[in-house]
Design a protein around this ligand. Structure first.
Ligand SMILES: Cc1cc2nc3c(=O)[nH]c(=O)nc-3n(C[C@H](O)[C@H](O)[C@H](O)COP(=O)(O)OP(=O)(O)OC[C@H]3O[C@@H](n4cnc5c(N)ncnc54)[C@H](O)[C@@H]3O)c2cc1C
Length: 377
């Protein structure tokens, strides 16, 4: 078993780190203050070809795969987890088109998405409960060669900036049959409505979508009619969970780095607090969590790159890393003493961001349900 990254992967990490430090870091304060997506950040991601990572080369992408994506999200999340989140859900939105789209759909959508000329998302969650997607109330009705869609989605990342949205809807004549459709933002009947004001990940956009007698042709149906739940869950199970793992590793790393810096600079009793056993104990716990999280993350990503099933491995990694990111953020705030309560210090942001990592792509409770099912099967 080889635990080392290839030379190309190390070079890619270096480039992703430099990109995050040079292009994203100067914009973090503005994103925090406004709670809005920064256009310059979207442009920079597109120019750096970050949107093209998992799109196959024949459709204008880089085809670098999921280990590279994990590296990119980890490095971007270390500086701005809001930006990592935007990028993660972008890839989630296109994954179903890459895996289940027909040739015409791939040729139509993927090249523009790879260039970042169009942005993507996926919309599954509804007010009736994200953990129970089968309770969804968004429906479609067949009308000749068309489908009429009605309903509402909530908590959707990139809701107000996405041009291409893959959505899950239920057959209004059969509550067990779901289908996935590709929606374009300028289709009559589609609207991005309420925009959320989140406590963390403030530089990425989350909001609601509504569909009112939205009429789409059968060209917009993704995969087979009635097989939509499998399509949506397949993308969320590996790309969605994996993306949140990359975001969580970024937060863990940022917490550890900020804590080491502060602990070396803060002098108490005539010496840096990094020499106190209680501080060292917290730093050690953060390091153990980060190393363990990275092993889980990259093992799952390597399975995914080999085309093997990785949903269960990503459930373990998502549960572990998102919980570990919250632990790391709490310890980082504690290490900072009173300064950990002051917004000038980034650890307050890491704490807020760490709590937003949990629900997306399935809560920790749901990850444990998935893991228990795996163990018991
Ligand atoms: C920042 C952010 C971005 C998001 N982006 C997207 C997106 O782009 N697209 C999208 O479709 N969705 C998105 N979501 C939605 C996310 O997937 C849901 O929030 C998540 O699935 C949980 O659904 P819910 O919020 O309705 O909570 P609920 O499902 O109502 O859960 C409430 C509580 O009940 C617990 N619970 C539920 N079922 C069980 C069970 N079987 N066993 C034990 N406990 C259980 C949960 O763990 C939770 O504690 C996003 C959410 C957030 C916060």
């Amino acid at each position: 078993m080889d635990f080392t990254f290839t030379e190309e992967q190390e070079m890619f990490r270096k480039a992703a780190r430099e990109f995050a430090e040079v292009q994203l870091f100067p914009r973090v304060a503005e994103m925090e203050a406004t709670g809005k997506v920064c256009d310059a950040v979207v442009r920079a991601l597109a120019e750096a070809e970050m949107m093209a990572l998992t799109i196959p080369e024949e459709y204008g992408g880089l085809g670098l795969g999921y280990t590279a994506r994990m590296i990119a999200l980890e490095e971007i999340g270390r500086i701005s987890v809001a930006t990592a989140m935007m990028l993660q859900v972008f890839a989630l939105g296109i994954e179903s088109i890459v895996k289940f789209g027909n040739e015409k759909q791939k040729r139509k959508y993927l090249p523009g998405l790879a260039k970042g000329e169009r942005l993507a998302t996926t919309a599954v969650t509804e007010p009736a409960g994200g953990s129970d997607p089968a309770s969804a109330r968004t429906t479609y009705r067949k009308d000749g060669e068309h489908y009429i869609i009605n309903g509402r989605k909530c908590f959707i990342t990139n809701s107000h900036i996405a041009d291409t949205i893959t959505i899950l809807a239920k057959d209004d004549t059969d509550p067990k049959a779901f289908s996935t459709f590709i929606i374009e933002k300028d289709m009559p009947g589609f609207k991005a409505t309420h925009e959320e004001n989140k406590v963390g990940m403030r530089g990425c956009n989350t909001g609601e979508l509504s569909f009112e007698d939205l009429r789409v042709s059968s060209d917009q149906l993704l995969g087979e009619e009635g097989k939509g739940m499998r399509i949506a869950m397949s993308a969320i199970g590996d790309v969605g969970r994996g993306g949140m793992v990359g975001c969580a590793l970024g937060v863990q790393t940022a917490c550890l780095e900020a804590s080491v810096k502060f602990a070396n600079e803060r002098i108490l009793y005539g010496k840096p607090i990094s020499q106190l056993p209680t501080i060292q104990s917290k730093l050690a716990e953060m390091k153990v969590d980060l190393e363990a999280g990275r092993l889980l993350a990259y093992r799952a990503a390597s399975l995914q790159d080999k085309g093997q099933r990785s949903g269960n491995e990503f459930a373990v990694a998502k549960y572990f890393t998102t919980e570990a990111a919250q632990r790391a953020a709490k310890m980082a705030v504690d290490i900072h003493g009173g300064y950990g309560c002051m917004v000038e210090y980034p650890v307050t942001r890491y704490l807020r961001d760490s709590f937003v990592l949990g629900p997306s792509a399935g809560t920790s409770d749901i990850m444990k349900v998935v893991i228990a099912r795996w163990v018991l099967s």
